[in-house]
Design a protein around this ligand. Structure first.
Ligand code: DHB
Ligand code: FE
Length: 288
């Protein structure tokens, strides 16, 4: 909503988007295989989303993601790290950096959110010069395909879901609310979307490697829209038992949901199994 004439414009959260970040999706796009039989049904579920975001033209994506021992490792494990830099290089995850544009930041907004959210009792680590891996670039590819430059500024927000324990679902949900309050009070005329990425059910390791739970994923998608409070009551072990050890990435979707109104409209849903080892889920939610 725009303020009346003469009033100071403030930023506003207009929508929340979730999607999985399977690295093979990035490789499929980079290698021109998005239309192949295996990948076509997955990418088809993002055609609506690409048209929608081209019309909505958000200024900034507050992009909640997890790093996979790329920028952070056992030497440094921030639970929550907010990207306050001017730009972010694309990580080399073993096959060279993905051939996608560099990610341009929104440092004024990021520093502002940092100070506001820390004063609401959440400890954020400020980072600037970090490389971003598939956790951040694959969601951008799914929504924007292959542009010469990403058409948005990005505030990367990294959550530790790699080294036990990740933050609880409830803490993520409450953090999302604090982030929303901060964005809503930032004095600039900015349309901001909050994305929650990672998930859905998958397990890459141990005796249950390959585990996928479609019933849990369906319940999670419904509850994220209608009853996120229920998802806050699940423990980390509940998430790992039901969604797999890497499925715990789903707690990041609660940050997105906390940044939206209690009531939201589900504009779009896509669910596809399998993509590599993972069940891919995708939602577009608008504030009601
Ligand atoms: C896969 C999924 C992930 O979330 C990830 O970080 C790496 C690999 C997979 O399904 O292959
Ligand atoms: Fe992952």
């Amino acid at each position: 909503m725009r303020p009346p004439n003469g009033a100071t414009a403030v930023a506003r959260v207009t929508a929340g988007v979730t999607m999985s970040h399977v690295p093979a999706i990035g490789a499929a796009s980079d290698l021109g295989k998005a239309g192949d039989g295996y990948w076509q049904p997955l990418f088809a579920g993002f055609e609506f989303s690409r048209r929608w975001i081209a019309q909505r033209k958000p200024d900034v994506i507050f992009l909640v993601y997890n790093d996979h021992a790329t920028a952070f490792d056992l030497n440094l494990i921030p639970t929550f790290a907010i990207g306050c830099g001017d730009e972010y290089e694309i990580a080399d995850e073993g096959w060279g950096p993905r051939p996608v544009p560099k990610v341009v930041g929104a440092p004024d907004l990021a520093w502002y959110i940092r100070q506001a959210v820390i004063q609401e009792d959440f400890d954020l680590t400020a980072v600037s010069n970090v490389a971003v891996d598939h956790g951040l670039t694959v969601p951008l590819t799914l929504m924007f395909d292959r542009p010469d430059a990403w058409p948005v500024l990005v505030v990367p927000f990294a959550v530790n879901v790699i080294v036990y324990p990740p933050p609880s679902a409830r803490r993520c949900f409450e953090l999302g609310k604090a982030i929303r309050r901060a964005i809503d009070s930032f004095e600039a005329d900015l349309d901001v979307q909050v994305w929650g990425t990672g998930g859905m059910s998958h397990q890459l390791q141990g005796p249950r490697a390959g585990f996928i739970n479609q019933e849990f994923d369906a319940r999670f998608l419904d509850a994220l829209v209608e009853d996120p409070e229920h998802l806050c009551q699940l423990s980390l072990l509940d998430y790992m038992r039901q969604a797999g050890s890497e499925g715990v990435e789903l707690v990041m979707w609660l940050i997105m949901r906390g940044a939206l109104n209690d009531q939201v409209t589900e504009l779009h849903r896509h669910y596809h199994v399998p993509a590599s080892n993972t069940a891919v889920g995708h939602l577009i939610l608008e504030n009601r």
